[in-house]
Ligand binder design. Structure first.
Ligand code: NAD
Length: 496
């Protein structure tokens, strides 16, 4: 019988109040139903927020150290359960178990990092402009935080947000992504086992316009931390701005690799193939544009096509697959729509551009890795995030031309430069509109102890991860102590 999963509210595992459910299917075999999950609505969100509100006072009165110890314990449990977590993640997400292990590892790293940050939740002290007055800042929780996640890195994204939010003393309502809700269930079970008091972390499953939207509009949710598309980010930004709630939006990308004439072309081609096509390009930091110097353009494209043709495309259940299926039919239709419109606008498909069929391919949605040229910047395929195994290639006449092409994008998440010239490498950091920059590496590969996020349409609010996560999930209070035994006022005119 199909397993029936539940929401987690006030320490209890419960169905949606309406009793409605939705199915979760395996992208590597869409006939396999993994489980039934509550299709939550406004009333479930209401219950979850009420639980988080009630738990807040006791949770924030613990020391950061005590909260950090629970998060540390969660990291320890996750470490012991890596394989099991990766296997279920692979089943619902479609990436290989090997890939899923990386997703889980990123969650573990964040648990230990956030637990460590609990021990250095620093404020600042500084001199006052007045005599016998002490001035300092201290950090406090924001309050009840809503977390809305994406399916592509379900354990990493959930951990990157939830662990720092909890360490900072917030209580949380986690809205799982509808394609990967089981990973969220496993995450919450681990937090329970680690000793998290009831009501501190609540889980609701369901769809964006229903459960998600209700969470963003709830007056008691002081902050919403979101990872997803720029389109939905704009809706959430508007909903939160309308009631002056804090937001952190991690959004899409149209990430580019620039290849200079002095680059190691073999290395660059390996980096581009991996960045563009692994997990079928379903990364916010996937490489979706290459800008190659005209002196090496021909050589690079030849190597790129050769390496692309050698990629093994297969299900997540086969660890030797380089490229795994798309998450859903909806995502498949979306990606093919972009490819078809690009063709109509005059772009040329150098390889791929079609659905793979036969054998294991009939059990999921696979698109052959696609390389497109003959593209101009006013075309949709040059500007919009595809979120599939689709790469567009441009030719540049110089470094300056490559940077100009790079910065035409409305997005600015990650960027990479392949070069052997150290001066160019540092100039690149100054010149490109991107939140994360790499030299001689693919456009992905963020580490949990460093900040992550983008500029332009790729994000708004705060950086995720690293010390920036602690800033995002806490509020600064400025504190003065006057020990002069008289009323001093900094706004009075001073004789200096
Ligand atoms: P999506 O925006 O459609 O959905 C993301 C989440 O938002 C889901 O949980 C969904 O239920 C919820 N949602 C949808 N509509 C909502 C609404 N009106 N109100 C509240 N919540 C709503 O994104 P997707 O297509 O599932 O995920 C892929 C996108 O995520 C890509 O654009 C990708 O670049 C982005 N992403 C960004 C990062 C990052 O850190 N910058 C990381 C991973 C993915």
């Amino acid at each position: 019988m199909t397993e029936r999963f539940k929401n987690h509210i006030d320490g209890e595992w419960v169905d949606a109040i309406s009793g409605a459910v939705f199915e979760n299917r395996n992208p590597s075999d869409v006939n396999e139903v993994i489980g039934l999950f509550p299709r939550s609505g406004k009333e479930d969100v209401e219950a979850a927020v009420s639980s988080a509100r009630s738990a807040l006072s006791a949770w924030k009165s613990l020391t950061p150290l005590e909260r950090g110890n629970i998060v540390f314990e969660a990291g320890r449990i996750m470490t012991g359960r890596k394989k099991e977590l990766a296997e279920s993640l692979s089943r619902e997400n479609g990436k290989t178990v090997k890939g899923a292990l990386g997703d889980v590892q990123s969650g573990i790293d964040m648990a230990y990092f956030a637990a460590g940050e609990a021990r250095r939740w620093y404020g600042k002290t500084t001199h006052s402009g007045l005599k016998k007055r002490f001035a300092m800042t201290k950090r406090y929780p924001v309050g009840v935080v809503g977390i809305i996640t994406s399916w592509n890195f379900p354990m990493a994204i959930t951990s990157w947000k939830t662990f720092p939010a909890l360490v900072c003393g917030n209580t949380v309502i986690l809205k799982s992504e509808e394609n990967t809700p089981e990973t969220a269930v496993r995450f919450v079970r681990i937090m329970e086992e680690a000793g998290l008091p009831k009501g501190v972390l609540n889980l609701i499953h369901g769809f964006g316009p229903e459960a998600g939207e209700a969470l963003t509009l709830h007056p008691d949710v002081a902050m919403v931390s979101f990872t997803g598309s720029s389109g939905v980010g704009k809706i959430i930004g508007k909903n939160c701005a309308g009631r002056l709630a804090k937001t952190s939006l991690e959004l899409g990308g149209k990430n580019a690799v620039i290849i200079m004439e002095d680059a190691d072309i073999e290395l660059a081609a390996d980096g581009v193939v991996c960045g563009a096509f692994s997990i079928s390009g379903q990364r916010c930091t996937a490489t979706s544009r290459v800008i190659a110097h005209e002196a090496v353009y021909g050589e690079f494209v030849k190597k790129l096509l050769d390496k692309t043709s050698k990629q093994k495309i297969g299900p997540g259940s086969d660890d030797s697959s380089d490229i795994t299926p798309l998450i859903s039919k909806k995502q498949f239709d979306r990606v093919m729509g972009y490819v078809e419109r690009a063709k109509k606008e005059g772009a040329r498909i150098l390889t791929g551009g079609e659905r793979l069929i036969g054998g294991v391919y009939d059990k999921g949605y696979y698109i052959a890795p696609t390389v497109i040229d003959n593209v101009s910047h006013d075309m949709e395929i040059a500007r919009e995030e595809v979120f599939g195994p689709v790469l567009v290639v441009f030719k540049a006449s110089s470094y300056e031309d490559a940077v100009r092409i790079h910065n035409l994008s409305p997005y600015g998440l990650s960027a990479s430069l392949f070069t052997k010239d150290v001066n160019r490498a540092f100039l690149f950091f100054d010149d490109v509109d991107a939140g994360v920059c790499y030299i001689n590496a693919p456009t992905f590969g963020s580490e949990p102890h460093l900040p992550f996020g983008g500029v332009k349409n790729s994000g708004l609010g705060y950086r995720e991860a690293g010390w920036a996560a602690i800033e995002a999930f806490s509020e600064v209070k400025t504190l003065y102590v006057d020990y002069s035994a008289k009323i001093q006022n900094v706004q009075f005119e001073r004789k200096d």
